[in-house]
Design a protein around this ligand. Structure first.
Ligand SMILES: Nc1ncnc2c1ncn2[C@@H]1O[C@H](COP(=O)(O)OP(=O)(O)OP(=O)(O)O)[C@@H](O)[C@H]1O
Ligand SMILES: [Mg+2]
Length: 607
């Protein structure tokens, strides 16, 4: 359609099939169990019941007033204007003004209070979800994409908020207005009601015809925006790669295509959307003409069935009738998709949190005697990632884990930190199974220096303090000195107050490691788990790290996943992992020259 308008100017592009292709119904657009979800949402709102009832009363009041308004106008027309009566006319007009003023106030208050209700409910939902995130096991996050979880936290919850805000009032007021208007219309004139009712479906159908198309075009436009944004983000964050591989032209081409699609869909979406008020207007005027015409004839033939006032009332009601009908139809999809979003949020809230059924004392001070007894563990259902792992490390000893990539070294550490629980076997610290130690007790005495240290968007000071939140500035600085990090920190723009970005882009890989060693030093743990970074670092930094590590390991039971010979040499015990099993273990002097795996590794100087 509209090609004939477009063609003479020849510049507005036709939508392609691709533009309008129906997006595959995304999983979860429709709720599976909307009753349960509604019940749970209700429970969130329930404690504000008094306010909610007030809102409902106001909705009823405003629906009543919006029906009363036109009725009064009709009354004024019949009783005063047509009848030519003056006394009391002014009073009626004042009442009429009061009705419309009351209507405005009621509408304002109901939406004001409803916003409060929905924001509070959504606040509860959001904090509930976030605090649940904190209690979920690492396993849960392994299975999800971060973006997806983010979208639960933001989009889905925002959707619920919007819907609570708008739909709740709209659905109620639409129903009330429809029923009320119809009742008054029938009582005034069944004949005119029937007449109006024949026009209403027509209006409704016409409006639906347009909105359905705009709806589809809006969706197409949104999709185009989404695709374009995704691409912009990708090309900005991957900008170095784009340049490095000289992909600028290809990226530009792809962008132009996406941008062009946005232009096409945007143009038609706005064009169709612009129709709605015009169509409504036309049909309203049409309804007005029909009601006025036929009503007028009826009034003129004068058997008293229809008065001029009634005609006035009906023309107004005919207009009032289409809006709630349309609102209801539009709300349907919004409400469904919000319920589906809420369902996804609740599904996460129902995920089982990390259980802490430990019976041990929470103030247990660990000595750091660690034993693995025939431990087996798999991330998923299938095969075990590590199996048959048994060893003992005594307090204060340093144990080095070596082995090929993917051998299961990090996995063993994660089991020790209780990020996961073994499927078989037992892990004991000081003879206590770690499942009996409260997680807090275990973790507050353990420090984990990760393979790829994570920094928060905060100052250097705060990033180091993360190891122990009550550490004083002096303690942080002295830890940084011990970690050989002080010098480079002082060279940063604002020293310890320099704000780091989340990806730590402003400091080097080696400096990041020094910071995370300082973080571990501040924590002053009994157990130290250290996953040495695989990336190679210049010799000077390397030496600094080695030195810092030695200080850090002193007097603690340390587990070091080593990729560098120097680190391994400092260890008391060496464990060689191969395909998830401990292939070899022993003291340095026993393994060297034994011709075993470690010996071969030393010769190849590759860990
Ligand atoms: N979160 C996870 N979910 C599923 N599988 C995992 C997960 N983490 C590791 N794995 C798998 O477990 C195996 C052992 O991984 P692990 O990280 O323990 O190896 P690694 O010895 O530390 O290797 P590297 O020296 O490269 O760090 C690998 O095959 C890996 O794919
Ligand atoms: Mg690893």
């Amino acid at each position: 359609m509209f090609d004939f308008i477009r063609r003479p100017f020849g510049y507005e592009p036709i939508l392609t099939k691709e533009d309008l292709k129906k997006p595959k119904e995304k999983k979860g657009e429709r709720p599976n169990n909307w009753k349960d979800v509604l019940l749970r949402i209700w429970r969130l709102v329930d404690e504000q019941r008094a306010l909610l009832i007030t809102v409902l009363v106001l909705v009823a009041l405003s629906s009543g007033l919006s029906i009363l308004g036109p009725y009064l106008v009709g009354h004024i027309v019949d009783e005063y204007i047509v009848a030519g009566r003056f006394d009391g006319f002014g009073r009626m007009v004042i009442i009429l003004i009061a009705v419309y003023a009351g209507l405005s106030v009621a509408m304002y208050l109901q939406s004001f209070w409803m916003i409060g209700i929905s924001q509070r409910a959504v606040f509860k939902m959001r904090t509930g979800l976030f605090s649940h995130f904190q209690r979920l096991p690492v396993k849960f996050f392994d299975r999800r994409q971060h973006g997806e979880l983010m979208s639960r936290m933001t989009n889905d919850i925002e959707n619920v908020s919007q819907t609570l805000n708008n739909s709740f009032i709209q659905v109620f007021s639409s129903i009330l207005t429809l029923v009320g208007t119809l009742a008054v219309m029938i009582s005034l004139s069944p004949l005119l009601t029937v007449l109006t009712m024949t026009i209403v479906p027509l209006m409704f159908a016409a409006v639906r015809w347009v909105t359905k198309r705009t709806g589809r075009l809006y969706k197409a436009q949104q999709r185009a925006v989404g695709e374009m944004n995704g691409m912009i983000e990708e090309s900005i964050s991957g900008q170095r790669i784009v340049k490095a591989f000289s992909q600028e032209d290809r990226v530009m081409e792809e962008f132009t295509e996406k941008s062009e699609r946005l232009r096409r869909t945007g143009f038609w979406a706005l064009t169709y959307a612009g129709f709605i008020p015009k169509v409504m207007n036309f049909l309203n005027n049409g309804a007005f003409a029909v009601v006025a015409g036929i009503g007028g004839i009826l009034a003129l033939t004068g058997d008293g069935l229809v008065t001029i006032g009634t005609i006035v009332i009906f023309t107004e009601y005919a207009r009032q009738f289409t809006r709630p009908l349309n609102d209801l139809a539009n709300q349907f999809n919004t409400v469904l998709s919000a319920i589906a979003g809420a369902e996804r949020v609740f599904a996460i809230m129902d995920e089982e949190p990390e259980r802490d059924d430990a019976t041990g004392q929470s103030d247990t001070i660990l000595k750091g005697d660690v034993e693995f007894r025939n431990v087996a563990f798999g991330y998923g259902e299938g095969d075990y990632t590590v199996e048959g792992v048994s060893f003992r490390v005594r307090p204060g000893e340093a144990a080095a884990f070596v082995g090929a990539t993917g051998a299961g070294k990090t996995t063993v550490m994660q089991l020790l930190a209780r990020f996961y629980d073994p499927n078989e076997g037992q892990i004991l610290i000081d003879g206590i199974p770690i499942t009996e130690l409260p997680r807090k007790t275990l973790r507050s005495q353990t420090a984990f220096v990760l393979q790829d240290p994570f920094l928060f968007e905060a100052s250097v000071m705060e990033n180091i303090r993360y190891g122990r939140l009550d550490a004083s500035d002096e303690e942080v600085i002295s830890a940084a000195k011990e970690a050989n990090a002080h010098d480079f920190i002082m060279k940063l723009e604002d020293g310890y107050e320099t704000i780091l970005s989340a990806d730590g882009g402003e400091i080097s890989q080696g400096q990041k490691q020094l910071l995370s060693i300082a973080r571990a030093l501040v924590a002053d743990p009994v157990l130290l788990l250290l996953d040495e970074a695989t990336s190679s670092i210049d010799t000077v930094t390397e030496m600094k790290i080695q030195e810092a590590l030695e200080r850090l390991m002193e007097g603690r039971t340390s587990f070091i996943i080593a990729h560098r010979l120097n680190t391994v040499r400092k260890a008391d015990m060496i464990f060689v992992m191969q395909d998830g099993r401990l292939a070899e273990s022993g003291r340095q002097q026993d393994l060297i020259g034994s011709g075993g795996l470690y010996d071969q590794m030393l010769k190849g100087a590759e860990l």
